[in-house]
Design a protein around this ligand. Structure first.
Ligand code: SAH
Length: 521
């Protein structure tokens, strides 16, 4: 086999958990991968960046739960690389920090396979950082040591020098134990036996940097009890040293103090629309579950043909106003507009009204035109009232591009004011076939705190799709985007805990934050 036919293996650090803590280089490797072999501790969200035809292999190497042995993993990497593939070996944290990355690298090199390393942020740097513990501090800690707690410290054969560790820690140095939770009492005993003071500050961070992160601090001799009481377990980093007490005022302890930390929130928007809301909620600390209740599809051919005729007329200046009531409508129009080979110049004389800032922003982004009218309240009633107040609508031709299920109110009001309205359904909303199983399970298990509804149809669809599990919804608080959605919630026998004002996604997020703050007192 000539060299040219051999592929390459990238040993890539996925970072500690929070998928955004991956490096740009690692992301580029994932995107380029033809075969991706990943660990249990690499966040599965990152796999979404892989190409559609990339082969994904779970090497799930969590202790006691070996899916592939190390030899099998090595052989697998070699096999694919020798077949000419770009192979990415994605590991939690950093590939060389207790990750056996070097063993894999040497094995591959011995077989003539090129290997490159992409370091990652390791758990003992990121976990403590997200729990308000800086691993070094100029006044107290001049060393930091990463230790595997996997070894039995009471065995004679241990390679870990607890006397040396104890000496480092006595001078204020920081000790970070990986894989140590199963042996926490032994670790404490060995350190104190070798002279480290039992009241040395210590801490534990479990699932560091993830929404489910939990952490605590306690003096060394109380640490094991505190961990038991709080029910903390693996995967966790144990930190020993005065750095654990540096942040007495919780100045650095931002992560677990974010407004929605610890809250599990279900969002019911379409996949396409969910991402912005998801990002905002996650940035505020929430665990977000997506349950799209609606799918957006194109209208049938006959309707599309009619829509095109209307858009042709629009370009010909046959309409005075264009009304868009949703971002989906903007996207649907843009699609057709491009198919018709038209651009924004054809809209230059037209006046445009949108409901909602998000719709206005989408329109500006797609067409480079700022809408003329965005009503102060983002409902059809306001748009009709403000349009009619702004000008005499008598004889004006209005094209509305909307969903097939839009309320007739806007059309009726404008027609009553003398306008000639063409109401074109440019996209069809249909109920999703089912809810994702993990969401149904989470609701059943009572782990969901909130569900957000952004339209009446999301409410009715969600309740219908939930079917027999509906009773479990009684334990879930509802955040609604506005009065119309709230009415539907109540009609279906549920209670609205908080309602957005303004009736926008940012308004909904604010309402959620306020409600959580109020419940925490
Ligand atoms: N290569 C990884 C470590 C693998 S060993 C890295 O650089 O981080 C596995 C151990 O890492 C776990 O037992 C735990 O001690 C630690 N660990 C990994 N992810 C963690 C997380 N999100 N929070 C706390 N500890 C974590």
């Amino acid at each position: 086999m000539s060299d040219k036919e051999i592929g390459i293996v990238y040993l890539v650090g996925a970072g500690p958990g929070d998928p955004e803590l991956i490096t740009l280089k690692a992301l580029r490797c994932i995107e380029a991968a033809e075969v991706l072999v990943f660990d249990a501790l690499a966040n599965p969200v990152l796999l979404e960046y892989a190409a559609e035809d990339c082969e994904l292999i779970d090497a799930g190497k969590r202790a006691k739960d070996h899916k592939l042995t190390q030899d099998e993993t090595n052989a697998l990497l070699a096999e694919h690389a020798l077949a000419g593939k770009i192979v990415v070996r994605l590991k939690g944290g950093d590939p060389y920090v207790f990750g056996r990355g070097s063993e894999e690298g040497i094995y591959l090199h011995e077989r003539g396979i090129p290997v490159e390393i992409v370091p990652g942020i390791t758990a003992a740097m990121a976990g403590p950082a997200y729990a308000g513990i800086p691993v070094t501090h100029r006044n107290v800690a001049t060393t930091v040591t990463f230790i595997t707690g996997h070894e039995d410290p009471t065995k004679d054969a241990t390679q870990t020098d607890y006397r040396g560790l104890s000496l480092l820690a006595q001078k204020g140095g920081t000790l970070c134990f990986y894989m140590g939770m199963g042996r926490l009492p032994n670790i404490v005993e060995e350190l104190t036996k070798h002279g480290l003071s039992p009241d040395t500050p210590a801490g534990v961070v479990q699932w560091g940097t993830l929404p489910k992160q939990r952490s605590l601090r306690a003096p060394l001799n109380e640490l094991a009890d505190a961990v038991n009481e709080a029910g903390l377990g693996a995967p966790a980093i144990i930190i020993v040293g005065p750095v654990c007490d540096v942040d007495t005022d919780h100045a650095l302890d931002w992560f677990e103090h974010r407004p929605l930390f610890g809250q599990t929130v279900v969002i019911t928007r379409t996949r396409h629309q969910a991402s912005a809301l998801r990002q905002e909620l996650e940035d505020l600390g929430a665990t977000v579950l997506e349950a799209p209740t609606i799918e957006i599809v194109e209208p049938d051919d006959r309707q599309r043909h009619m829509n095109r005729t209307y858009l042709d007329q629009l370009a010909d200046g046959k309409f005075d106003w264009l009304i868009l009531t949703s971002v989906n409508g903007v996207w649907a129009m843009k699609d057709e507009w491009e198919q018709l080979d038209l651009d924004s110049r054809w809209l230059s004389k037209l006046r445009v009204a949108t409901i909602g800032d998000a719709t206005a922003d989408a329109f500006e982004q797609e067409f480079n035109i700022r809408p003329d009218l965005v009503p102060t309240k983002f409902v059809a009633e306001s748009l009709a009232a403000e349009l009619i107040a702004a000008e005499n609508m008598k004889g004006k031709r209005v094209l509305m591009l909307r969903a097939d299920i839009a309320r007739p109110l806007l059309r009726e009001k404008l027609e009553a004011a003398g306008a000639e309205v063409v109401d074109a359904p440019v996209y069809i909303t249909q109920q999703a076939a089912s809810l994702p199983e993990d969401v149904v399970e989470a609701i059943r298990d009572g782990v969901v705190d909130w569900i957000t509804f952004t339209s009446s149809s999301t409410v009715s669809n969600f309740v219908e799709l939930l079917g027999k599990d509906r009773a479990a919804l009684d334990r879930v608080k509802v955040a609604s985007i506005g009065p119309i959605t709230s009415n539907t919630v109540r009609e279906l026998g549920l209670t609205v805990t908080t309602e957005a004002d303004p009736h926008t996604i940012p308004g909904l997020v604010d309402a959620l934050v306020d409600a959580v703050a109020a419940s925490r007192g």
